[in-house]
Structures are given as C-alpha cells and as structure tokens.
Design a protein around this ligand. Sequence first.
Ligand code: SF4
Ligand code: SF4
Length: 174
Amino acid sequence: MQFVPWRYIADWKCKACGICCKAYSVVISFQEWLNIVKNYGVEATVSGINKLYLKKRSDGSCIFLYNVSGMYLCGLQHMKPVACKLWPFKILTTPKYGFANEALYFLGGNKFYIYADSNCNGLVYGQPTWTFATETLKEFVEIATGVRRNQVKSTANISLLSFPGLYDFRRFSI
Ligand code: SF4
Ligand code: SF4
C-alpha cells in the first residue's frame, strides 16, 4: 500500500466497491467488540495478539459485507467501527509517511497530517476541491478525534431509491 498526502487529492467519494472490506482485517476497540458481541455474538469477532478483529468469511470479506445489486454495502452501519469510518484516510499527529507540507491540515487550532491509502477506488487525484478540503476532511478529522460519530461526507451517498426493498437503509451503507 502507498499513502498519498491529501494535497494531491482532488476529491474522494466511496463507490461501494467493497475492496477495503475484503482486503483488510478490521481492528476494533474493546468497547466496539463489546457492542458487536452483545448484538451478534462472539463468533462475529476474532482475537489476535493484543488485538480484536471483525471476523472474515472464507473468501476474505468481512462477515458484515453484503452485495446488494452489485454494490458492496455494510451491514454494520449502525455500529460501524471507527477504523472503517476512517478508511481510506490516516489522520495522524506526525508526518509518518513523509511529505509533511503536503499532508499538513489544520482544524480548530490543531495540527494534523492526513494521508490516503492509494488502494481505495474512490480517490480522485489533483488539486483539492473546496468541499473535499473543508467539509470531507473535516468530518474525517472529527471522527478520528471523537468529536462526531455520524457520517455524511465520509460514507457512500447511496440513494434509498436504489434499494426500495431495504427496510432500514442505515444498516446498509458503506
Ligand atoms: S472506501 Fe474505497 S475501497 Fe472501500 S468501498 Fe469505498 S471506494 Fe471501495
Ligand atoms: S465497513 Fe462494514 S462491511 Fe466493511 S469491513 Fe467495516 S464493518 Fe465490515
């Protein structure tokens, strides 16, 4: 994987391709583990050395990933782990992946370094748009710092009209 500083990214929108939910193991916090176990049982999780993970199917995909009419959607949207909410961005306090000037981001007087994983299909490279720089990244930083939980810009914008049979849309969105 390669990390790209945010100033080289024009925009990002999740395309619900599901790549990230197949390629990576999701690390969850103890509180997230507790909530998931209460609702889905301990079988929905896996424990490793000092870490807890969401369980994967034999094909490598997350057990909460659903294919709905060719779009890969999250069935854990109502309690989606922070690691999933932040993907594909890394919000750091040090320039871990280099390009410090290009990764530097200020919010509320605080300094962050933001990179994106180039494996995500939703990245568009170029000069950052105003919306991406001031709204989308702000939301990612707020989620990373625990200021907000709900997602607007940081998740797929999938119209309910696309899936009229779904009784609770909030449960099915990347
Ligand atoms: S975050 Fe990126 S890789 Fe993951 S489903 Fe959306 S577009 Fe695909
Ligand atoms: S976004 Fe949802 S389906 Fe994808 S890895 Fe996270 S919990 Fe699983």
